[in-house]
Design a protein around this ligand. Structure first.
Ligand SMILES: [Zn+2]
Ligand SMILES: [Zn+2]
Length: 140
């Protein structure tokens, strides 16, 4: 915690809790992507296509949980959540309840940079409106 000594891919960021201090190289389900030049999951094209494309992530808006107003106000936060969910689904093929696998911190960093918080408020390593990525991903 507070450092990235546990990271083997070189792209992870320090996370506030041990649970979140997870490197993509620890995730067995994506191990087959690590070949050739790929040393971090954040550089896998297939993942970028499935988890980072806004028009794909739009599914979350269609799930009727968000009003138009909420969506325009909290757009990036909602997209981050969609992205975490997409990653979980992509990495593990399906979401297994009760068997939550953390989202690697390099992914969390990538997603937060792509969909930054409107207010840009940091509290420690946290973004103001975010709770741990793993909880966001599984909060349907
Ligand atoms: Zn890492
Ligand atoms: Zn990584």
């Amino acid at each position: 915690m507070g450092n990235t000594a546990w990271c083997k891919c070189g792209k992870c960021i320090p996370m506030p809790t041990r649970d979140e201090s997870c490197c993509c190289t620890e995730i067995q389900d994506v191990a087959h992507y690590f070949e050739g030049d790929v040393i971090c999951i954040t550089t896998v094209d297939d993942m970028l296509d499935m988890c980072m494309e806004e028009n794909r992530l739009d599914f979350i808006r269609c799930s009727c949980r968000y009003s138009r107003a909420a969506y325009s106000r909290d757009r990036n936060r909602i997209l981050r959540k969609a992205s975490y969910q997409a990653f979980s689904t992509w990495a593990h093929s399906y979401l297994e309840l009760g068997n939550r696998i953390p989202i690697p911190s390099c992914m969390v960093d990538l997603i937060r940079k792509k969909f930054p918080d409107n207010q840009q408020h940091y509290v420690g390593f946290f973004w103001s409106s975010d709770y741990p990525a793993i909880d966001m991903a599984f909060d349907f």
